[in-house]
Every structure is written in C-alpha cells, then in structure tokens.
Write a protein that binds this ligand. Sequence first.
Ligand SMILES: C[S@@+](CC[C@H](N)C(=O)[O-])C[C@H]1O[C@@H](n2cnc3c(N)ncnc32)[C@H](O)[C@@H]1O
Length: 233
Amino acid sequence: MPAVPPSKLPAASEQGGPPPEILAAFEAAKGFMPVDEGLALYAAAVEAGRLGLPLLEIGTYCGRSTLLLADAARRAGVTALTVDHHRGSEEQQPGWEYHDPETVDPEIGLMDTLPTFRRTLHRAGLEEHVVALVGRSPQIAALWNSPLGLVFIDGGHTDEHAGADYAGWAPHVAVGGLLVIHDVFPDPVDEFTGQAPYRIYLRALESGEFTEVSVTGSLRVLRRTEASASGHR
Ligand SMILES: C[S@@+](CC[C@H](N)C(=O)[O-])C[C@H]1O[C@@H](n2cnc3c(N)ncnc32)[C@H](O)[C@@H]1O
C-alpha cells in the first residue's frame, strides 16, 4: 500500500475509539496502562495504520496494550509486532512493587508472561493480526531493516534499556509515522520506575526529527517530521 502523506492523515481525535469488546478486553487484561492512555495509544495506532506499514511495540507483558495495536492493525490491514523476552522488567521481579506471582513459571522459577499474552490475544480474536517477537529488544532491533508506521516504547525503564530501545527502533519510524513513549514523567516526584523514558523523549525532541502530537497522562505521541540519518525515508 502506498504511503499517505502526513498532511492527508486525519487527526487522531477523528478516528473513533476501539470497539466495546476490545476496550473490555483491554480493561480485563493484566497490565499497567490506564484507559485514557490506552485510548490515546489506539488513536495514534489507527492514524499511523494509514501509512500501510507495520506497528511495533517494545514491551508486550501480558498483551494489554498489544490488544489496541492489534485492533488498529486489523482496521488498517497491517500487522502489529510486539517485542518482549517475557522474563519481566526489573520492577516486575519477585520482591518488587510491580511483581505478580501469577506470572512466574513454577517449573523454572522465572517470570514467563508469554502464555498469558497468548491467552489475552486469543480470547480477543486478534491472534492473526499480531507477530510476537520473543527476545531481547536490542538483539531484534539489530536484525531489523524495514520502515514502521508506529513504534511504541514500553519496555525496560533503566537508561540502558530505554536508551537502547530508542537507538534501535526510532530510526525505523517512517517519515510521517509516530513514535509513542510510555511512562514519561518530567517531574521526578511523579516517577515510580525512573526517568529514563523521559530522557529518551527529550532525545527524540532534541534530535529535531520528531514533533510532539499529543500528551495523555504519561503517554507522549511524537511524529517523525525529518528522515533519520541512519533510518528510512
Ligand atoms: C511495562 S511492561 C509492558 C507493559 C505492556 N505494554 C502493557 O501495556 O501491559 C515492560 C515489558 O518489557 C519487557 N522488557 C524489558 N526489557 C526488555 C528488553 N531489553 N527486551 C525485551 N523486552 C524487555 C519486560 O519483560 C516487560 O514485559
């Protein structure tokens, strides 16, 4: 499908929200994203889907946000890709605030969110619209070489991980496509897992390649307005 110039893309607010059954599945799924941020992510994904390029998420967890990307991908006739090693982020490990004991594989004693993710997607009838990439984000990014309509960064919250997600995936956002970053907290008083997402958000703006489109809670939507020196045109 040929790319649609950004000026021809309707505003996110004109897109309509997800169907009620998808919103209900999102609300029922394990995960951390509030509904208002989910609706903003969905609007961004529907808009970006008009470019006819895949939508990619870093940080699948149990599939809560993936459901929204998957439904937007279904609407656009594109594929949603979601990257996760499924072993959990630092703050989700046993003993930490965001740990859920149900996510531990009792046989090996490590987190494994892949089975729950697959059930989430299956129940919502969206399996065929999603390709799950199971592995470490920088390792997969190093193998990737095609343009994306949307990149949603919601993976590890350390500078090492968030920085690698930005460096590895942002260059693949096509001109006119969207970069969405979750857990952006400009005020350290509000943050709960570190300000690395805020720092990559600043990097994106300071690069001069992205322009802010919307702010909803801790979710930031940016549009690529200039080609990346190392990416796609
Ligand atoms: C905050 S959760 C994602 C939440 C999900 N987007 C949602 O809305 O429910 C972060 C996820 O990123 C994954 N993750 C963290 N660092 C990663 C890395 N370097 N490569 C792949 N996945 C990673 C973790 O396993 C975890 O499932």
